[in-house]
Structure formats: C-alpha cells, structure tokens
Design a protein around this ligand. Structure first.
Ligand SMILES: NC(=O)c1ccc[n+]([C@@H]2O[C@H](COP(=O)([O-])OP(=O)(O)OC[C@H]3O[C@@H](n4cnc5c(N)ncnc54)[C@H](O)[C@@H]3O)[C@@H](O)[C@H]2O)c1
Length: 483
C-alpha cells in the first residue's frame, strides 16, 4: 500500500471509473476528500456511497472552453488526472497537466467531437494514425523530466502490449526447447530475451501476425430490447470505434495490399487504413479454445505494437508484424450493432451496460501471436463475470480487465512522476502485470495449432478476393472473412 498526498481528479464516472474507484483504496492510501469526480451525467446514485465518505462530485461537462478553469479548481501540482471520459481532447488535457505539474492517465485517445460519424472528413483524417503521429511528435518534443502521462492504458489498448511481451518471451523459451538451432542462434535468442529487445525478438522467433483477439462471452438474463444498445463497456465509445475506418499495423511479410487500402504518406508508415467501418470488416481469429470471427475495429494497440516491433537497418524497415484487433463482442452487443446498421449507423437512444444481470460467461482477451516457427500462441486473461463481481461488486469482466490496466498505470505513474509521455510499450511489463494480475482471472500463455486456413472453405470460387494464399497461412487475405 502506497501513500499518495496529491489530489485525484477522476473525469467520467462510467463503468470503468466506478470499477476503478472501488479498487484504488486497496492499493493507495489517500483521504477520500482528496478525490473529485466530474461527469456531466447524473451520477448521484452511483456516487452516494463515496460522497457520503468525502468524495466530491461535480456535475459538469468538460469542454475546450472550461477545461483550464475546471481542472485548476480540482487538481494542482503533485496530483493526478484519471481521464475516463469519451469526449475530452487528450492533447489539450495532457498539455494542461504537463504545464501544471499534474500526472495524467487515460485509456484511449479521445477528441472533443466524434470523428467516426463525420461525413465531411476523409478516411485518413478520421484515422487514429493521425492522432498517434501527433503523440509521437509530442513525445519527441517533451522535456526529459516532464510530469508523467501514461496514454492508452486500459485492457486493450493497455495490458495487451504487456501480454505481447510475455508471449514473445514464452515463444522464445518454447523455440529454445523444441526447435533444432545452432548454438549461436540459441545464444542470440537468449540474449534478446534477457535484454528485452522485443522487436528483434519478434523478428528472431518469426512472428508474422499479432491479433488482439477478444471474445466477450458474458450473457445477460435481461435480453436486449428493441431500440436499445446493450454493451459491457462504454456504449458511446463502442459506437465511435465501430463506425470508424478499420486500421491495422501492416507487416513486412504481406504480399498484397487489400483493395482500396490507404497507405499513409507521412509519419512512420506502419499502418494501412481501409475506407470501411471496423464493424463491417470481419476477420478470423482464435481465443482458447475456439475459432472466432471478430471485427477489425480501429484500436490504439494496432499502431503502438506494430510501431514498437518495427526493426530498421540503416533507416530501412526490414521487419514488422501485421497487428490488429479481432473483436467478437457479447451476443447482446452483436444484436445491438446489427440494429444500429438498420438505423443507418445512428446510435440507439436507449443504452445499457450490463453488470448484475449477467447470468454467466467470461471475457477472453489476449494477444494471439502467429508465425511459421511456432504456429500460434495466445497470452491473455480469461475472466468470468462471477469472479469479476467477487473482486468488484456490481461490475463485469470487461470493466474489471480495463480498470485493472488503468490501476496499474496509476500506480506506475505515481511511483515514477517525472517521466514524460509514455505509451503502454514503454512501461515495464512484469511490474504492470503484477499490479493488474489479481483482477485478471485465469492468466493463460499457451501454444495453439490454429491457423486461419484450418477451417477455411471457398464457397464461391469466382470471388478472387476470397481465394486463400496457401503458400503462407499468415497473409492478411487468409484472415479476412469474405465468404
Ligand atoms: N483501453 C481499453 O481497454 C478501454 C476499454 C473500455 C473503455 N475504454 C475507454 O475508457 C473510457 C471510459 O469507459 P467507460 O466504459 O467507463 O465509459 P462510459 O461511457 O460508461 O463512461 C464515460 C463517462 O464519461 C462521461 N463523459 C464523457 N465526456 C465527458 C466530458 N466531456 N465531461 C464530463 N464527463 C464526460 C459520460 O457522461 C460517462 O458517464 C472511454 O473513453 C472508453 O472508450 C478503454
């Protein structure tokens, strides 16, 4: 247990913040009257047990205009802002925090307005790629000892980057045991593992593709009603990313760009963008022990992992894996998304995040790493709703996984207060997973023989886009689900 003497400003009191607030006092000794919650929604009921003990609640919307006034009223140098709202520009708030000596953590790169729904902007302008380029520029410009800001640190983005590192180390051990290799290669592999040179390690063990593969199997005993969007985390956040263009880290092994792919002409060029919605881009993937068809929804980890695992020689890119999300949400969310399609992508007015009404199921979220030397490896968390609720009453497995990532980021930022801007890849994975592990249920790191060609069938031979590339199972064309 650590003492914290600063003030804590929690912005947004949705399901993740409610879950996090229950975790924080178990890990941080801080008087509750040092905590303020800001949310424009009416959170009186949800906050009553906390306000009774001294937590302050401010019902207001943070906007570009009132940002500085609101923040300076409720937090000062030495404090921390935990940003769990979906409509605050992360660059503006991060800049304010830096200038005022305040730590800052968030779980996603948000902006003042919903970019996904915009029909005025180009696909490229709507991409996360543009926002990450801005993050890279801010990181390069930040002084070495600026107040710490940890960006993107929930479950995915967030913990997924640490699962990738753990997976790479476990694959390294597996290959050392199973594969015949020269003593020199074995020594090199061992050295890369010891030194935590993850990009070189990914290249050495031959990782071609990494999915953040997730199947949310939580079932509600209260079925989705008509005109209702049911989810296990932010409905607005889900809607925004579902209708945004698909984006993926593009691997050096890929032979053929997908039709209409947009290849950025500036920045690190590690991603491609598809001019179609993530919810309509389906990909084969796998979680223990089932093939899934997930949505290739735009997500920060596709950028940050593919960027961190790029290997250059004399300035030229020689290695990068393909990285993307493959999200199979809960049954009720799948039905909600389809109803939303019927509404021409306009979000339903009734929204419900399921917690106590969950009757069974778990959330399986992890990194699926694939390549010819080991086939496939899944490292991640399998957390049942029942266990999640035992750890944090009135929550669900998804929110507990996300809040566990945020908790780890808060603890790390407080212990390292002057380290500037950090993405998940920049944090020590063992320490982060140690903080989060008590909340993650079964932590799995296992080999798998799965490949996207295993059950692949071509139903319509005339459709050349559906023809698999059997010479390399890990080509993107083989993952795309287009019957
Ligand atoms: N990285 C991850 O793994 C991950 C996973 C789930 C959610 N998230 C993100 O975490 C955040 C919180 O998620 P959640 O499920 O708790 O969301 P939620 O929708 O349940 O809650 C968000 C709350 O923020 C409030 N809010 C939004 N904009 C605000 C503003 N400008 N001023 C004041 N309040 C504002 C809303 O009223 C709402 O109560 C979201 O941004 C979401 O996209 C990240």
């Amino acid at each position: 247990m650590r003492d914290f003497h600063g003030r804590i400003l929690l912005i947004g009191f949705g399901i993740v913040a409610q879950t996090l607030l229950k975790m924080l006092p178990r890990h941080l000794r801080v008087p509750l009257n040092r905590i303020t919650v800001i949310d424009f929604a009416d959170c009186t009921e949800a906050l009553r047990p906390w306000t009774a003990k001294g937590v302050r609640y401010v019902r207001e919307r943070v906007t570009a205009i009132n940002l500085a006034r609101l923040l300076s009223t409720y937090v000062e140098a030495g404090g921390i802002i935990v940003d769990l709202a979906w409509s605050i520009d992360c660059f503006d708030i991060m800049e304010w925090a830096r200038k005022n000596g305040v730590l800052y953590v968030n779980t996603s790169l948000e902006s003042w307005d919903s970019t996904g729904a915009s029909t005025q902007r180009t696909t490229f302008e709507k991409s996360l790629y543009v926002r990450y380029n801005k993050v890279l520029a801010a990181m390069a410009a930040a002084p070495r000892h600026a107040p710490t800001a940890v960006l993107d640190h929930g479950a995915n983005p967030g913990l997924i980057s640490h699962f990738v590192k753990r997976g790479l180390l476990d694959i390294g051990q597996h290959i050392l045991k199973k594969n015949r290799m020269t003593r020199g290669s074995a020594r090199r592999l061992q050295r890369l593992m010891e030194d935590g040179e993850f990009a070189e390690l990914a290249r050495a063990v031959g990782v071609r593709v990494i999915h953040c593969s997730e199947w949310d199997r939580q079932l509600s005993r209260v079925p989705k009603r008509h005109e209702e969007f049911v989810g296990t985390w932010s409905i607005e956040g889900m809607w925004e990313e579902a209708i945004s263009p698909s984006e993926l880290g593009w691997g050096t092994h890929e032979k053929r760009l997908p039709p209409l792919a947009i290849v950025p002409q500036n920045g690190p060029g590690n991603q491609i963008i598809l001019p179609q919605m993530g919810m309509n881009t389906l990909v084969r993937s796998w979680v223990p022990d089932q093939e899934i068809v997930g949505m290739l929804v735009t997500h920060g980890e596709a950028f940050t992992i593919s960027h961190a695992l790029t290997v250059r020689r004399r300035g030229r890119v020689v290695y990068r894996p393909t990285v993307h999300y493959a999200y199979m949400p809960s049954n009720d969310t799948l039905a909600s998304l389809h109803e939303m399609r019927c509404r021409n992508y306009e979000l339903q007015t009734n929204k419900r995040i399921i917690t106590d009404e969950i009757s069974e199921g778990d959330d399986r979220m992890g990194a699926l790493l694939m390549g010819p030397k080991f086939q496939a490896w899944w490292t991640g968390s399998i957390l049942s709703a029942a266990e999640a609720r035992k750890k944090v009453p009135h929550s669900n497995a998804t929110a507990v996984q996300v809040a566990a990532g945020m908790l780890a980021a808060v603890l790390w930022a407080i212990a390292n207060p002057d380290r500037g801007i950090h993405l998940p890849e920049d944090l020590p994975h063992e320490e982060i997973l140690r903080h989060a592990a008590p909340y993650l249920g079964r932590l799995v790191s296992q080999h798998s023989t799965w490949s996207p060609l295993q059950r692949h069938r071509v139903f319509f031979a005339e459709n050349h886009e559906a023809t698999p590339d059997t010479s390399d199972p890990w080509q993107f064309v083989n993952f795309r689900f287009q019957p």
